[in-house]
Ligand binder design. Structure first.
Ligand code: GLN
Length: 196
């Protein structure tokens, strides 16, 4: 099982470290052709508009095909790229998970912070506390009927899943807790059996 981390910009190295700690084989994806080599992909944080520019039309289309077929996890800017609806400002997305997301949605004072939220993975009976690092974070403002909320902070959904796609508005790669990455590896392992 090979996991790709999109390595155009942003904090891809931290994701690589987390995944390798969990025993995954990691490929840093710098060219669209490398998507053929991987069974799942992480789109890291960074700046979502810059990602779109760096991908270009061809890269964007290849990525769009990939996310239809293979498990993909987007964190922060990556979550913005995966969403069906992007606000503030409006921006095109891959439309892979039925959420509306608002960029830079927290005011200045809270725009970057470490907070304690709750993890509610389906195999846990009770919610458990989870450290969450937010950096100029977006906010998930609507979740579609097929979207499962897997983590919350206050009243906000901050990690969600729909079929093969996971998205988080925080940066799990910057905390030592590896449960979110493990959940993604489990999703990749379940792979092809999951609905789009
Ligand atoms: N504010 C960034 C954006 O709108 C996301 C920030 C992040 O990825 N840490 O794309």
């Amino acid at each position: 099982m090979k996991i790709g981390v999109l390595a155009l910009q942003g904090d891809f190295e931290a994701h690589r470290r987390r995944l390798e700690e969990l025993g995954a084989e990691v490929v840093l994806v710098k060219k669209p052709e490398q998507l053929h080599e991987v069974d799942g992909l992480i789109i890291p944080g960074g700046e979502s508009g810059t990602f779109l520019n760096l991908l270009g039309t061809e890269g964007f289309e290849k990525l769009k095909q990939f996310v239809r077929l293979k498990p993909t996890f987007g964190t922060c800017a990556g979550a913005i790229l995966l969403a069906t609806e992007v606000e503030n400002p409006k921006q095109k997305g891959l439309g892979a998970i039925d959420i509306a997301i608002r960029r830079n949605a927290y005011g200045r004072q809270r725009d970057s912070s470490i907070r304690e939220g709750k993890l509610a993975l389906h195999n846990n009976l009770v919610d458990s506390p989870l450290e969450m690092v937010f950096i100029r974070a977006p906010k998930i403002e609507r979740v579609g009927p097929l979207v499962e909320v897997i983590a919350t902070e206050g009243a906000d959904p901050v990690a969600v899943r729909q079929g093969k796609i996971m998205a988080a508005t925080f940066h799990p790669e910057l905390s030592t807790d590896s449960r979110i990455h493990q959940a993604f590896l489990d999703l990749v392992r379940a792979g092809e059996d999951l609905p789009g």
